[in-house]
Ligand binder design. Structure first.
Ligand code: ADP
Ligand code: MG
Length: 277
């Protein structure tokens, strides 16, 4: 099992008398090779959960295991950090070197990997995110989408088995968002990397294998996106809206149009409407 959380609670201590339970008694399994979208409104516990996965935070109660290794096991934490690659929200905070290839080499250099292998990994990682031709350039003037793809390449050079994107598309324009999402899906399909894509854009969950909705530190929904979207009334109550195409399909269905069950994607809706009209 790629990820196993058993009854995990995480509390931030604010002061001697006050604490915030950000993750509450949460149990979760994620199988290797799954593309998971993790959504939830602000403060629902998404980033806390992400940091629990690579041992940046240790559970207050319960256990977090990555490929069988507990984050509480001091001897395994190095393996866990290698297995779980994290990309964050702000593309500008993730660049270190002024030349792209030096930046990507930084992770494997820190692991003491030999020169030849570093060069191979840098090329491979840049190729995977479609940025190989930029290897000698400086990242600072690039678009947000390009910078985030470089941040992903930097993590890939460490050869993680799990890639966690914590709102990595949040600061990007639509073009940048779709570039990053496409790369994440390709890595999942071609390299079988387990992807946990944290986002507040519900439409970015449409192509996920599994959609997990967090609310108040707990799992509110967990299933295939179309199963979860069927609960659109309850989702609204926890401040989440289903994607517009899903909502439109639901509204047309309600208005008496026989679209059949489970239309969540724009292309499926268009096909169905063309058949009907
Ligand atoms: P999300 O990523 O879904 O917005 P977070 O995991 O960042 O949620 O936050 C979950 C809860 O934990 C929120 O109530 C938040 O205020 C609280 N929290 C997050 N980080 C800290 C921190 N460093 N110290 C205290 N409370 C925190
Ligand atoms: Mg967050």
């Amino acid at each position: 099992m790629a990820v196993l959380l058993d009854n995990v609670t995480y509390s931030y201590n604010i002061n001697d008398t006050h604490r915030v339970d950000a993750v509450k008694n949460l149990s979760l399994h994620i199988e290797e090779g799954t593309f998971v979208a993790l959504v939830g409104h602000n403060g629902s516990g998404k980033s806390t959960l992400a940091k629990l996965l690579n041992g940046l935070l240790l559970p207050t109660a319960g256990t977090v295991k990555i490929f069988g290794n507990s984050t509480l096991d001091g001897e395994k934490i190095f393996d866990i950090r290698k297995d779980v690659g994290m990309v964050f929200q702000n593309p500008d905070n993730q660049m270190i070197a002024s030349i792209v290839e030096d930046d990507i080499a930084f992770g494997p250099e820190n692991l003491g990997i030999e020169r030849k292998e570093i060069i191979r990994r840098v090329e491979w990682a840049l190729d995977k995110v479609g940025m190989l031709e930029y290897r000698k350039r400086t990242p600072f003037k690039m678009s947000g989408g390009q910078k985030q793809r470089l941040a992903i390449a930097g993590v890939l050079a460490i050869m993680p088995k799990i890639l966690v994107l914590d709102e990595s598309t949040a600061m990007l324009d639509p073009q940048g968002r779709s570039e990053v999402l496409k790369v994440a899906h390709e890595l999942n399909k071609q390299e079988r990397i387990t992807v946990i894509h944290i986002t507040h854009f519900m439409e970015e969950a449409l192509d996920a294998d599994r959609l997990i909705v967090l609310n108040d530190g707990k799992i509110a929904f967990d299933g295939a996106p179309k199963e979860v979207f069927a609960h659109y009334e309850e989702l609204k109550k926890i401040k989440l809206a289903v994607p517009w195409e899903t909502q439109l399909a639901i509204s047309l269905q309600k208005a008496g149009m026989d679209l059949g069950e489970g239309i969540v994607k724009e292309e499926d809706l268009v096909d169905k409407l063309c058949q009907l009209l």
